[in-house]
Write a protein of this length. Structure first.
Length: 80
């Protein structure tokens, strides 16, 4: 119809996607996100022995085993 307002939906996109794809970003974007990388340094007895000042984490091997059991590496990127 003539003279009616047109609405455009860009979908659920973060500010990085909006800026890259369309050249703008929103001040208050509910879909904005930040990518985070988390990694653990397995402080096993062998690592602690090879690196002065590093204390042994008594749960290091359990943490490594858990990550392997759930199909993750020692480094995880979020969102995954």
């Amino acid at each position: 119809r003539q003279m009616e307002q047109i609405y455009i939906s860009y979908g659920q996109k973060s500010n990085a996607e909006l800026l890259l794809l369309y050249g703008f970003a929103l001040e208050r974007n509910p879909y904005n996100s930040v990518d985070v990388t988390v990694s653990i340094a397995p402080r096993t007895a062998a690592v602690a022995a090879a690196n002065e000042g590093v204390e042994v984490d008594p749960l290091a091997q359990q943490k490594i085993d858990f990550l392997a059991a759930v199909g993750r590496d020692e480094t995880v990127d979020f969102p995954c």
